[in-house]
Unconditional design. Structure first.
Length: 230
């Protein structure tokens, strides 16, 4: 049934509302990454001297250039790891549009959902962003230490975080925040497994940008399936 949820989500990718959310999430992510790079470059240029004098060598004029290129390389490496988490967090701001599109097509007889206020959605998204970024940065050390199972760590970590966040965001539109947390705890293994299935394609360039949309749609199907079994 979990794969049915996933393929139902994939089948709806052509929905204009899905594309709209994708463009919003990716656009905001790129804007943030560019802003962060500009800030880092400015700080590096400010703290790095134009000339460094070393004993027996003399004056070196290219230190600031070297540091600038090194910071660029570092930002590019970090962006590979942070692009999807950041895009996921931004997309979660617009999750309701994806969930509503899924419900309109597959569950047309449902009563109107209780919309999540923009302030609550923004707060949840910022919290989600902080947790995702911190967890993925912390996991970099584990990837280096446990190289043979680095992929499993990445999938398991992001699968749990994505599953918990998306399931609860979908659920609380229908049953409220407190009940959504209870529903997550009651179905934690199914949610974690579904989240891990979402996390596996995160390693694939370009395809990984679709994962937040597919994930939101998949967890909408998953929630309604579990909710009917109660």
């Amino acid at each position: 049934m979990m794969f049915t949820d996933f393929f139902s989500a994939v089948a709806q990718l052509a929905d204009p509302r899905f594309r709209k959310v994708l463009f919003k999430g990716v656009g905001l992510t790129l804007a943030l990454l560019v802003a962060v790079f500009a800030l880092v470059s400015t700080l590096v240029g400010w703290v790095t001297p134009d000339v460094v004098t070393l004993p027996w060598i003399g004056e070196i004029y290219w230190v600031d250039t070297l540091v600038s290129w090194a910071s660029l390389a570092l930002m590019m490496v970090l962006s590979v790891f942070l692009m999807v988490p950041v895009a996921s967090a931004f997309t979660s701001i617009f999750l309701e549009e994806v969930a509503q599109a899924v419900e309109d097509r597959h569950y047309p007889n449902l009563p109107s959902a209780t919309p999540v206020s923009f302030s609550d959605g923004l707060r949840d998204s910022l919290n989600f962003l902080g947790i995702l970024v911190a967890a993925n940065i912390a996991a970099l050390a584990l990837y280096v230490i446990f190289v043979p199972v680095a992929a499993l760590i990445f999938w398991g970590l992001n699968g749990f975080l994505l599953g918990r966040e998306y399931f609860q965001l979908v659920a609380m539109r229908r049953i409220g925040r407190a009940a959504a947390k209870q529903a997550f705890r009651a179905n934690i293994w199914q949610v974690w497994l579904a989240g891990t299935l979402m996390a596996v394609p995160l390693s694939l360039p370009l395809i990984n940008l679709l994962i937040p949309i597919i994930g939101a749609a998949t967890f909408t199907h998953l929630f309604h399936r579990l909710n009917t079994q109660r």
